[in-house]
Design a protein around this ligand. Structure first.
Ligand code: IVH
Length: 703
């Protein structure tokens, strides 16, 4: 805020009136920025102060109160953002390929997984990859009931009111439609509508949108749906979620069915029979890219048969049966001004290039990743160098190479720091005990004393796929950490209690207001119960990402069971073997889990945290099945599916797949040639079935 405003008692009526008018304008401007542009330009506290001053003027001079005074009208919009909607079927993302070879590899991988011959026919659809935002539309009895954004893939925002204003999206579907039909697709803005919108924005002095995707997102995520209605948005349907009764058995026919229902679908979608067909489509679209009238960032390939899609399933968050073939990166030339070293959650020192700002494919770039010290040495990147930067899709920009002809004469080779720039501890490259080679990443050894590692760990803890605490983002964590308010994860849950007794209350601070503090405490309170897989992931154990966290949650069921085993998991112990034996978890991960739980400091941090947080049963992607929770071992040859496929299928049905037979095994699926594992199963009296029986059970379980 600029200076202190004069005391109200000292104002004349005329001065008060002038200030009242000025404040009304200013508040209205901030309301628009906040509610309509999704881009507030002042802090909540400053905003609250403006409102307070406005109200104080009216108390002192009641004549200022008129029916259209801001104190008499209801707030522009609810301050809560959108309600959350849980997706019945998760909205996943896509894997990427960039080269022609990788496209052939995609087909080869699919065939391998399905156990098909290298040259077996495989139909794959190809379609443009729209650069917009994905949206799920739920139709019941043919009527549009609900629309949600993708969000984190599991939970999105309820944007029904806004989607109802998109002209192209039918409120009612035509013909005979499944009772429940969740249509998924992309909401986007055309180039011409985007330019026209920015011209209108410029004419009324509003900020411009960076690109059509931001404009589409900003328009859809409006609290006032009349604003969405005024922005021309379009939609292409390309996928689905829950469907009560599938109208077709191929990708192409599903899209044809959508079209028959009256939904917009992309007319460029084609069916291909070979990798050559796919590449021909890709290069054809690449040539037409500029004249399509909307932004695309590549093409998407999808296995056409839905039966095969089902068999292929998903790995982590992306389907095995589809991939995106992205357009190549765009490049530009600029100058490297500095190299900053960032310290991550696991102590990794990451060099970041500071560049003279340059536009690369429509986006201004001023930072680029330099990966690690070997990369800098290999490319011999020096301060002051003229460099080529490139950007592909949403990937962080990279430095491709140095323009040697423009190197300043006095430029010295870059010396990578040997100590942590944050805590000063030695930074080392760990030597792999098996291979004897040094890790490419240099890490700070200061673990518990390093503030950077602590802060990054906290940011990870509250991040979207971890505890997902709204209103507690990276910025706030940094601020609270710097002030000593949050030092460990448990402190987050003590924030409200402490605040009550603090002289410097949060609500009185720059950047906060009564409402934002209330919302923050509510968001923290809401996370006192979280699915155990999220909780495990949130701990930031090295090598334990979302997939491994799910594996651990699935295997152990409860956090206490994991903890008890991991604490005993010394090298060579039975407990270590149990962790190691979980499918997908190898020596390195098992060791890192054991290390984490055996570390004394982590013990006390966990105890403190568990006093506040209750891990709930895991959030399963699949509903419970009779196979769920069972430990299955596959042994011998499988004839109807590959080993990978069998594993994936079992996991999809909620089973744990183990590599060896033990007392904990519930079921052994044995094919021809099964040997010692089968013998052991029989010795232990474990149920043993053949592949055929397994397939029948699996089919039943999936219903
Ligand atoms: S299919 C399970 N098809 O790309 C697969 N996605 O990078 C569902 N996207 O989140 C996605 N055009 O928002 C598919 N023709 C298309 C697409 C498309 C754009 C987006 C979508 C997805 C993202 C993944």
């Amino acid at each position: 805020m600029k200076g202190k405003p004069p005391l109200i008692d000292a104002l004349t009526f005329a001065e008060a009136k002038a200030e009242h008018v000025r404040l009304a304008d200013e508040i209205a401007k901030h309301d628009r920025a906040y509610y309509q542009e999704d881009a507030p330009t002042i802090s909540d506290a400053d905003y609250d102060a403006l409102r307070q001053r406005y109200a104080d003027l009216e108390s002192a001079f009641p004549e200022l109160v008129t029916p259209d005074s801001l104190t008499q009208t209801v707030g522009a919009a609810p301050s809560e953002k959108f309600a959350k909607i849980r997706h019945k079927v998760p909205m996943l993302s896509l894997g990427n390929v960039f080269s022609d070879e990788e496209v052939s590899e995609f087909g080869a991988r699919v065939r391998r997984f399905l156990g098909l011959a290298k040259d077996a026919p495989l139909d794959v659809t190809a379609e443009p990859k729209i650069d917009g935002l994905s949206c799920s539309l739920r139709y019941e009895g043919g009527a549009l009931m609900q629309a949600a954004t993708r969000g984190d893939g599991f939970e999105g925002e309820d944007v029904t009111a806004n989607v109802l204003t998109v002209k192209e999206i039918p409120h009612r579907l035509r013909g005979s439609v499944p009772e429940i039909l969740e249509v998924r697709g992309e909401i986007y803005m055309t180039h011409s509508d985007f330019s026209a919108l920015n011209e209108r924005q410029a004419a009324i002095g509003k900020p411009l949108f960076a690109n059509p995707r931001n404009a589409a997102a900003g328009s859809l995520r409006q609290l006032d749906s009349s604003i969405t209605a005024s922005r021309p948005l379009h939609f292409f349907a390309y996928a689905w979620g829950e469907v009560s009764d599938m109208p077709a058995d191929t990708q192409l026919d599903m899209i044809a069915a959508f079209e028959a229902y009256g939904l917009p679908v992309n007319p460029l979608t084609v069916l291909c029979h070979s990798a050559e067909d796919l590449l021909k489509f890709y290069h054809g679209i690449e040539d037409r890219r500029a004249s399509l009238g909307y932004d695309i960032d590549g093409v998407v390939y999808k296995v056409n048969s839905l039966a095969l899609q089902e068999r292929l399933g998903f790995v982590s968050r992306a389907p095995r049966w589809a991939t995106a073939h992205k357009f190549p990166a765009q490049q530009a030339v600029t100058v490297l001004r500095g190299i900053d070293i960032q310290v991550g959650r696991t102590g990794a020192l990451t060099p970041v290039a500071r560049l003279d700002p340059v536009t690369v494919g429509g986006v201004v770039v001023s930072n680029a990743t330099l990966h690690n010290e070997d990369e800098i040495a290999r490319k011999d990147i020096r301060l002051g160098d003229t460099v080529i930067v490139q950007r592909a899709g949403d990937v962080i920009p990279q430095i491709v190479s140095v323009v040697l002809g423009k190197r300043p004469k006095d430029a010295e080779p870059y010396e990578f720091p040997q100590t942590c720039p944050v805590c000063g501890s030695a930074a080392i490259r760990e030597i792999d005990s098996k291979t004897g080679t040094a890790d490419v990443v240099r890490r700070c050894t200061g673990r518990l004393v390093c503030a950077a590692q602590a802060v990054e760990g906290l940011k990870h803890f509250v991040s979207r796929n971890a505890l997902d605490i709204e209103g507690l983002g990276e910025k706030q964590i940094e601020q609270f950490f710097a002030e000593g308010l949050i030092k460990t994860a448990a402190d987050i849950f003590r924030l409200e209690e402490r605040d009550k007794h603090s002289l410097q209350r949060l609500k009185n601070r720059e950047g906060y207001g009564e409402t934002s503090v209330r919302n923050l405490f509510a968001a923290i309170e809401a996370r006192r119960q979280v699915p155990v897989n999220r909780f495990i992931y949130a701990l930031g154990i090295r090598h334990v990402g979302e997939t491994n966290a799910r594996r651990l949650a699935r295997h152990f069921g409860t956090f206490e069971a994991l903890r008890a085993t991991a604490q005993r998991a010394l090298e060579g112990s039975e407990a270590r073997a149990e962790i190691n034996n979980i499918e997908g978890i190898g020596d390195v991960v098992a060791e890192s889990i054991a290390d984490f739980f055996q570390e004394k400091h982590n013990e006390s941090v966990l105890d403190a945290l568990l006093a506040y947080v209750t891990p709930l049963p895991m959030e399963e992607i699949v509903s419970a099945s009779p196979i769920a929770g069972k430990t299955v071992v596959f042994t011998g040859a499988l004839e109807r599916m590959t080993r990978d496929e069998a594993k994936a299928q079992a996991e999809r049905l909620g089973a744990k797949v183990a590599a060896s037979v033990s007392k904990k095994t519930d079921l052994v699926v044995a094919g021809p040639g099964a040997g010692s594992k089968l013998a052991k199963a029989q010795e232990l009296g474990i149920e043993t079935i053949d592949e055929e029986t397994w397939l029948i059970r699996a089919a039943g379980a999936g219903d």
